[in-house]
Write a protein that binds this ligand. Sequence first.
Ligand code: SAH
Length: 401
Amino acid sequence: MTASVYLQAEREKSLKRKHPWIFSKAIAQVKGKPRSGDTVDVYDAKGQWLCRGAYSADSQIRVRAWTFNPDEAIDAAFFLRRISQAQQIRAQLFDASQTNSYRVVAAESDGLPGITIDKYDHILVCQLLSFGAERHRADIVAALTSVFPDCVVYERSDVEVRKKEGLPLVTGWLVAPPNADDAAATQVTIRENGMQILVDVAQGHKTGFYLDQRDSRAAARRYAAQKTVLNCFSYTGTFALAALKGGALHVTNADLSELALQTASDNVALNGLDASKVSNVKADVFKLLRSYKEQGQQFDMVILDPPKFVENKSQLMGACRGYKDINRVAMQLVKPGGLLLTFSCSGLMEESLFQKIVADAALDAQRDCLFIERLQQATDHPIASFYPEGHYLKGLVCVIR
Ligand code: SAH
């Protein structure tokens, strides 16, 4: 018997808009004894059916909706259908000869809460963040094998949020290649807009790489001609590759990670680019920007792509200060008339607030800032109308005078 979850009165509004989360506070009663991962039916206070979702006994998000269709069962066919739909959307986005790696499934935005699947050439990387996703691991792998018969599958469920769910952190092959024991098995060279990029799906950040910045890197390439570029929070230096392809005179990559910077050098060589045009600086960007300022060093273009500053609402104020501070110093390093490409990947930071912070930073820096282009996560990271939180990555291209 499927257990039933009844909401408090007036708590069904977001579900009627197809937002997929049900918080524990919204629940009046649970009938049956669902275990975490079980599929439950959700009803409003008057007993009207709302959705079917995965129960998570210890999470604040107590139920994540799988479907708003009462006739849809949550079984192997369901996962095959959803993953096939997601892939059909992606199939029209890329010229495979130029770009062979993309996000196949973007969790809630693709109707699969807690499930992220990235494709790096022939390696699919799967991240399962909720009990519901965990329960259906075998169905997900079967669907992937059917949609991508030539791919192997690696799991990167080593994200802290799994602990909030009460799940252990796990990594490893779900569909292994013949050389699975070899460290090289998790390494792959991907193509992005004609650039070759090294990715290690076991050692890399998140699922291995920041696919979401593909369009921003393309923008950097358009603006880079004849410019000196400072690429802050460079990771494996792919903004640098794009800038060099666009005719940049010189790029300085700055990151804390030694391994990322080593890969940045390897990426330059792999693309046959001129290594003398690239410097890699292992440093804390916050300190580095200040020391460049003291030295009076300036650049034609500064790229600022920091990690997420905000995990929850209580951190938002502090994060605003952090963003303002770093943008102010970055602007001071831009030559008059040069460019700042600035990003926030914090979902809780709304676009309008981010723009206001950058505007305040310009005032403090005593510089004028003209917004000439808006950027966001690449097209394979869609934003569902019912899940606006899915718009997490914001970017502004600014002329700094
Ligand atoms: N721009 C990259 C992605 C950046 S992700 C790309 O397009 O691929 C954020 C990066 O910031 C990570 O590589 C992380 O190692 C680095 N990082 C985090 N805190 C840092 C700090 N204080 N100083 C320098 N690098 C930092």
